[in-house]
Design a protein around this ligand. Structure first.
Ligand SMILES: [Zn+2]
Length: 386
């Protein structure tokens, strides 16, 4: 017997509960740190005025930086949205001649992930093709490019657009917490050693609570930060790391890639099992991988502001009526669009090693099937895109 539980529809404010608790703890921590440690002890009791003022200034400033980053990650920038991509031109349209078809067609790219027959994945919710590394997020209501994970602590999805801001949020949070707990620990012995006849000789309870929370939070954020640096050094998202862990022992888990071989002028579907398919995006060089996630300007990695890295729009937008809106510098004559012109900054590229392994499988006749894609006849039109 199956029971249909009524689906609990979370209200919009629901996702802000955990971030509000985190904010509350942060305000409490800053108050306790500034008032109980910096003012009462360091300033008034130990007469180290400049240290007290300096610590309060640094911690309050970092608080503001962290809050500003949260606003950008969740409210202003968000994880990003994959543009609408109509089906690839795999088949000829029988009812219309080639020249007067009205629909805008996207040429199948050289390499794409597909089902065992060679067809790309479709998102039925967005009514659009779902490209590499994109996942549909029910929380956002649309497909998120390079979906990383849903973070309950900040209350949103982390994707290609807000990834760097999220990592900065984690890093600045960790720095702030480390200043708090190191300062408390540094003054513990002085506070305890104070003679009982002097005021504030005891160790304030608030400071003990703040110390415990600061150390726990610091361990968590530092762990999260370095885990992410490790992931992106291998060009992987948190989701890809998680899936690899869980599906390692499942022999049935396969991925398929449809690849156009320039030499054979034909399209092949090859199969990847288990290990290997999580390294699809690895560019071999750690620095290249990290740049794909954080952007190529190293200075911007540290600036807690969106520097418009991923905001450059693609030259072509196609709406769901298959009407095309173009950037003026591009000609509208060509109805056969290349995927990179539609996806723009959201285009994902395979690593050289992956392409080598695909070609190796094709050369060894280890492909599953071949595919005669209609759009491939335009393949050599713009050879520079290959
Ligand atoms: Zn979708």
């Amino acid at each position: 017997m199956t029971m249909n539980w009524p689906k609990f529809k979370k209200p919009k404010w629901f996702k802000f509960i955990v971030p509000s608790i985190v904010l509350g703890l942060q305000v409490y921590g800053t108050w306790g740190f500034s008032h109980k440690l910096c003012y009462n002890m360091i300033y008034k009791t130990f007469h180290r005025e400049s240290i007290a003022i300096g610590l309060i200034t640094i911690v309050s400033t970092l608080d503001l930086v962290v809050i500003a980053l949260w606003v950008q990650v969740v409210l202003i920038i968000g994880p990003g949205k994959q543009p609408f991509v109509p089906p690839f031109q795999l088949f000829t349209n029988d009812t219309e001649s080639d020249d007067d078809d009205n629909e805008t067609a996207v040429l199948p790219p050289i390499t794409y992930q597909c089902d065992p027959h060679g067809y790309p994945f479709w998102c039925s919710e967005c009514q659009s093709l779902k490209l590499e590394r994109t996942h549909h997020s029910s929380a956002m209501g649309h497909c998120v490019p390079r979906f990383d994970h849903y973070c309950v602590w900040v209350g949103t999805v982390i994707g290609k657009d807000n990834y760097l801001l999220f990592l900065q949020f984690v890093a600045y949070y960790a720095i702030n917490l480390s200043i708090i707990w190191v300062s408390i620990v540094s003054y513990i012995h002085m506070i305890i050693r104070k003679r009982p006849n002097q005021p504030h000789h005891h160790f304030n309870t608030n400071l003990i609570i703040i110390l415990v929370f600061a150390i726990l939070g610091w361990l968590f954020t530092v762990g999260l930060f370095f885990a992410n640096i490790y992931y992106i050094s291998k060009n992987r998202t948190s989701l890809e790391m998680l899936l690899q862990k869980h599906k390692k022992n499942s022999p049935l888990k396969k991925k398929f890639i449809c690849h156009y071989s320039k030499i054979n002028k034909s399209r092949y579907v090859v199969e990847f099992t288990n290990d290997g398919f999580f390294d699809f995006w690895n560019k071999s060089k750690i620095y290249t991988n990290i740049k794909e996630f954080l952007g190529s300007n190293i200075l911007f990695w540290f600036i807690p502001l969106p520097m418009n890295r991923y905001k450059s729009s693609p030259p072509f937008f196609i709406n769901n009526n298959y009407e095309i809106n173009t950037d003026e510098k591009f000609s509208t004559q060509n109805k056969h669009l290349h995927l990179e012109n539609v996806l723009g900054p959201y285009l994902e590229t395979y690593g050289d090693e992956t392409i080598r392994r695909i070609n190796e499988k094709i050369n060894n006749m280890e492909y599953i099937t071949t595919l005669d894609a209609y759009g491939d006849k335009y393949m050599n039109e713009n050879d520079n895109t290959l």
